[in-house]
Ligand binder design. Structure first.
Ligand code: F6R
Length: 365
């Protein structure tokens, strides 16, 4: 049932404040300000020397964002691996370590093989999955569910942000266990997490601005997405989402890589979408935005009102996000990223729910 939406994808984008709130509520004790994992971890995070995370596609990008959180809040080195690369590499793994696999379906062949590969080397397995009855759920030592509900649209949206919610809670739990986060810091970060569903609801209000933007993006051949820090995985996700459902060629880049090659592509045709939450690296992202503008590029920015005001002269369009502490901005900024892909596909007359050549669950290699 699509409710009053044209596509499941639209419905699922709009469900995110609710399902992310539900998922956060499963892992956080809102009243005490502590993480309250609903299971026992299969390893003591205090004894871990590193963490491996495997996934494919959008799930891989959620893991890439999680790396920033585990490193920052738990000072834990993290290897994020594309499951299809990991499984064939005979990766050296510590037998007392932990591997996290992340998958909406819990059936993706490469991720399942990565799970078995890590398990075979003695690693404990934590599976972040959306389908509770899946093969990965059965084979993992511990299951951390995303409570996104069934995701029907082939392009993953609400499963992605729910994966981020689980990762955020895990990163805080690991930070506490490793003595990196004090109780006060934990409570402050939990306060920020609890605000995320409301901020996502606010972010959804940018939809009509994005519909206008999508009419422009629907005319182009290529789009570049830039982000720094935790916004970098979102740049990759934005590009994947657009390719997948609109068939426009798109690439995501770490903003700092701009001058190492892609800057040669900047011209008056290709939109450059910059994801710029107000975080510790915003100043650096701003200099990349200036580089794009100085070369006559089509700058489209996703940021707060202050940033939009500063770039009113240079930006072709600004998608305005609420202002908030940026520790978990990725969950909120995912909304405009998804809406841009969705509305571009719709204006181009593509079927956003059933993109060509793609299946919801990739159970063969
Ligand atoms: C992108 C997308 C795919 C999946 C990937 C992994 O929108 O849907 O990239 O994310 O195939 O699928 P799961 O999460 O089921 O393992």
């Amino acid at each position: 049932d699509k409710g009053n939406h044209r596509h499941f994808m639209a419905k699922e984008i709009h469900e995110q404040p609710e399902v992310v709130g539900r998922t956060l509520g499963h892992y956080l004790d809102m009243s005490s300000g502590h993480v309250a994992l609903p299971f026992e971890l299969p390893v003591d995070p205090a004894t871990l020397s590193r963490l491996t995370i495997c996934g494919c596609g959008t799930a891989y990008f959620s893991a890439l964002m999680a790396k920033y959180w585990f490193e920052r809040f738990a000072r834990l080195p993290v290897d994020v691996e594309i499951a299809s690369e990991f499984r064939y590499r005979d990766p050296p793994l510590d037998p007392s370590g932990l591997t996290i696999v992340v998958s909406q379906s819990g059936e993706t062949a490469d991720t399942l093989a990565a799970l078995r590969c890590a398990k075979g080397k003695g690693q404990k397995i934590l599976a972040i999955v959306n389908v509770a009855s899946s093969t990965m759920s059965r084979e993992a030592d511990v299951v951390a569910p995303t409570l996104a509900g069934p995701e029907i649209g082939v392009a993953s949206t609400k499963a992605f942000t729910c994966q981020l919610a689980v990762f955020a809670a895990l990163a805080l739990a690991f930070g506490r266990a490793r003595g990196v986060l004090g109780a006060k810091e934990e409570a402050r970060l939990i306060g920020e997490l609890m605000a995320v569903p409301g901020l996502m609801a606010q972010a959804l209000k940018c939809e009509s601005a994005i519909e206008g933007l999508a009419r422009e993006i629907g005319k182009v051949r290529d789009v570049l997405y830039l982000g720094r820090g935790a916004a970098y995985p979102l740049a990759l996700e934005g590009a994947l989402k657009l390719k997948e459902i609109s068939y426009i060629h798109a690439e995501g880049y770490a903003a700092g890589e701009l001058k190492h090659g892609p800057i040669a592509l900047i011209d008056g045709d290709m939109p450059v979408i910059v994801i710029a939450p107000k975080d510790a690296v915003l100043e650096k992202t701003i200099s990349n935005m200036q580089e794009v503008a100085a070369r006559g590029g089509r700058l489209i920015l996703i940021g707060d009102e202050n940033l939009a005001r500063d770039f009113a002269g240079e930006a072709e369009a600004s998608i305005i996000m609420p202002e908030f502490p940026a520790d978990f901005a990725g969950m909120v900024y995912a909304i405009p990223i998804q809406l841009i892909a969705y509305h571009t596909a719709v204006v181009m007359g593509k079927d956003a729910d059933q993109p060509r050549n793609l299946a919801k669950s990739v159970t063969v290699e």
